[in-house]
Ligand binder design. Sequence first.
Ligand SMILES: [Zn+2]
Length: 395
Amino acid sequence: MGDLSFRIINSQKQVRTGELKLKHGHIQTPALMPVATKATVKALSAEDLKKIGAQILICNTYHLMLQPTANLIEELGGLHTFMNWDKPLITDSGGFQAFSLGLGKEHAVGKIFFPDESQSSGKQKGKSIVKVNDKGISFRSIYDNSHQFLTPEKSIQIQEKLGADMILVLDECTSPLSGKEYTAKSLKRTHQWAKRCLEVHQSNQALIGIVQGGHWEDLRKNSAQFISSLEFDGFAIGGSLGKSKKDMHHILDWVIPCLEEEKPRHLLGIGVVEDIFESVQRGIDLFDCVSPTRLARSGLAHISPPAGTKSNKYRFKLLSTKYRNDPKPLDPQCKCHICKNYSRAYIRHLLKTEELVGFNLISFHNVYFMLHLMKEIRDAINKDYFNQLKKEWLN
Ligand SMILES: [Zn+2]
């Protein structure tokens, strides 16, 4: 077992707040972790993230093992020193990239596939650069096209070099368009890999097991029971989450009762407002999502309800002409440093002219907005008005 302890502070039915103690600090849950794929949250410094109140960041094994390499990061003192971040970190295992550069690319889908085109991911179909067999995952580097082979053992060794507080087992992430037969076969492999990761894991980093099984009830329950029976420090729910948000809710309803209650639960790669409320209600403690910074880069700013409309909830297009001379802050209800000091008109001007600091200002606000929402959710659970807060936001 790794260096992790988890204490549930308050719970009503499945909803809960907790405190997760890790080597580099304590995290209040439910928590959303900003995504620092290449050892940076895009456009934000470590100082910005501390001002925003980020408790933990998630970095990406696939990208870092290729560039600048795990050996180099280890030589420079590990990820915490390398990126000047002394709070908790988690690294993923590379399993998700096997999907996003493999089946995800071939099928042009994300973790959830929306058959309705209006909700489609806008992804382009491409050729997979990944092959998976029982030994591991072979793929091409997106940096220099070199051939790479990632095994469960190698993923753990790389993550030990990177030195995050929590690390994830290597899994195979299936596509929402994978059939049941393939998903079942892949699940067997993922379970074998989970055991191999446990066997090779030597550091005091907390090791998190991943539940897979696509959108099939029997496979998901089987996976949750299997992963829960092993000596993991916590659980993550990964992979395909079906063909609608409803499928995702069913998956959580099947999986969560099978997981040991006293260990933290992370819903991988999910974290927009609606999903956070629905998942917290079902017992999720940890989220990670690129959405706040990705939206920022396309000029979308988060805004508190009720200003949002149904089609673009909690966000607005700052690049729209109507904000050209708008002196108001991005979100009049937001208390972040950016909203206290800068106008929509100014930030819009910076983005229009591609002035780099514009990306910093809007990203700062968007990440603050989401982390502040998480704090509101924790307060609501602790003071017993979570359902009321959920209604206020989701109506
Ligand atoms: Zn703000």
